[in-house]
Design a protein around this ligand. Structure first.
Ligand code: SAJ
Length: 432
């Protein structure tokens, strides 16, 4: 599929992107490289200084090159505060407050406030961040109306939730289908024309509330499906079934697509967004239960370790703390909980990751992490862990036990090297 002809695209607008993070920065570069004039806005002055020098600190394949291309073309400029533009795209984080499990909309509020002084008639404010339903109408609209302008009469608010997969962001921004939600059909059409500059997937239009809900449903579907897989894993462990084989076989059914179990769900989206639905609907019991099942998986992993590792185990090594494979992002990672619980129980914990450099994990070289250890727990299935030589690990470790929470390693090879191997969701594994 190729982009629609230029006549259906909007090519001469100035676009302002507020929030140059995982989504805002790639969008800014892509739009600029499609020939549009883009202002990238961020409150972090240090980040802006680095970006002006072409330095990109977000580790996303291909991002650095397209940002540098956009800067060189001079179509991407940076600013500490919003300027006048026709489109204002808000792409700021929406974390949650863990104690109360409510959305923290402070960044959305602050970004919206910052647009007020430059908002003018005919402008369109586009929200890309993931938010609880009615945020556009109830939170952003009253803030923007402080400008003296009226929503949908003088300016419009449109929700266009981001859908790209971290690690494959540049491809997915372009190729994924998109939802554009807004209450002013003319504004929705203009946003569609703007997004047609880079989206080759289908574009569907709807109301802003529906778009907000759709985004949350997508991530909640994934979370609930993973919770089901995690529950299946625990059932399988009790009856001598290999859940990984069982899920593969169940997925041969044309209408079944069960996700994969693991040590829990991490990241800034799937572990958080379901709470935004629960927040507006206290009756959402399934969503809450799924969240709890996934949040409890680190406890389950530690239970497996206590059952499987020998009683005199002192040192446990965690392989991988990123929230998912082959990325350096450790936000909301289940590894953090596994490490904390093990430490509380008095184990010495060593940590290795090929990508994560965050100091709080105190990661070390692999050889240092393995030296004198009694047991390994593979938490993140980075590709590179497949290449670890179990014979070398055997030489370095004091005792030779490994728990694979992702069914990722070549278990036969590890057993041949003299390891006892346990796989999450497979109680047959420790008999092999
Ligand atoms: N996970 C499992 N089992 C699985 C799949 C994932 O345990 O079968 C775990 C991962 O290990 C990870 C967590 O779930 O810890 C979430 O990772 P992910 O790779 O499923 O998703 P994210 O958080 O990186 O990105 C999601 C995507 N949403 C969907 O696939 C519905 C992405 O498209 C969204 O743009 C992104 O959230 C977002 O920003 O909302």
């Amino acid at each position: 599929m190729t982009p629609k002809p230029v006549s259906s695209r909007l090519t001469n607008a100035t676009i302002q992107i507020i929030g140059l993070g995982y989504m805002g920065l790639p969008m800014a570069a892509i739009l600029a490289n499609r020939g549009l004039k883009v202002i990238g806005v961020d409150i972090d002055k240090r980040k802006l200084t680095e970006l002006r020098r072409g330095q990109v600190t977000i580790n996303e394949p291909g991002l650095s090159a397209i940002v540098q291309q956009a800067i060189t073309s001079r179509r991407l400029q940076f600013s500490h505060r919003p300027k006048r533009a026709q489109f204002h795209i808000v792409a700021v984080p929406t974390p949650f407050v863990p104690a109360v499990r409510l959305a923290d909309l402070s960044h959305v509020r602050a970004a919206t406030e910052s647009i007020v002084p430059v908002l003018k008639k005919g402008d369109i404010v586009i929200l890309e961040s993931t938010v609880p339903p009615a945020t556009c109408r109830r939170v952003m609209q009253p803030i923007l109306e402080k400008s003296g302008l009226r929503a949908e009469q003088d300016f419009s608010i449109v929700h266009c939730p981001e859908r790209a997969f971290p690690g494959n962001t540049l491809y997915e921004i372009v190729h994924n289908d998109r939802i554009i939600g807004g209450d002013n059909p003319a504004a929705v059409t203009k946003v569609e024309q703007l997004y047609r500059n880079f989206v080759v997937g289908q574009i569907y239009t709807t109301s802003s509330e529906t778009a907000e809900m759709v985004k949350l449903m997508e991530n909640t579907y994934r979370d609930t499906n993973i919770a089901l897989a995690n529950e299946f894993a625990q059932i399988a462990e009790g009856i001598g079934v290999d859940v990984w084989e069982a899920i593969s076989l169940a997925n041969k059914h044309p209408r079944v697509n069960i996700h994969w179990p693991g040590p829990g769900v991490g990241g800034h989206c799937i572990a958080i967004d379901p709470w935004f639905l629960k927040e507006i609907s206290p009756m959402a019991e399934l969503i809450k239960t799924a969240r709890h099942i996934n949040d409890d998986m680190p406890v389950h992993v530690v239970r497996l370790a206590e059952q499987f590792f020998p009683a005199d185990t002192k040192i446990i090594t965690i392989l991988g703390v990123a929230y998912k494979p082959n990325v350096d992002d450790a936000r909301e990672t289940p590894a953090r909980h596994i490490i904390d619980i093990l430490k509380q129980k008095g184990f010495e914990v060593r940590v290795h990751d090929y990508f994560v450099t965050e100091p709080s994990f105190e990661t070390t070289e692999l050889a240092v992490a393995l030296q004198g250890a009694d047991g390994l727990i593979l938490v993140t299935h980075h590709d590179d862990y497949k290449t670890v030589d179990p014979k070398l690990a055997k030489q370095l470790m004091r005792q030779h036990y490994v728990i694979d929470t992702r069914s990722h390693l070549d278990h036969h090879r590890w057993r041949q090297a003299g390891f006892k191997v346990k796989i999450l969701g497979n109680s047959r594994s420790d008999l092999a």
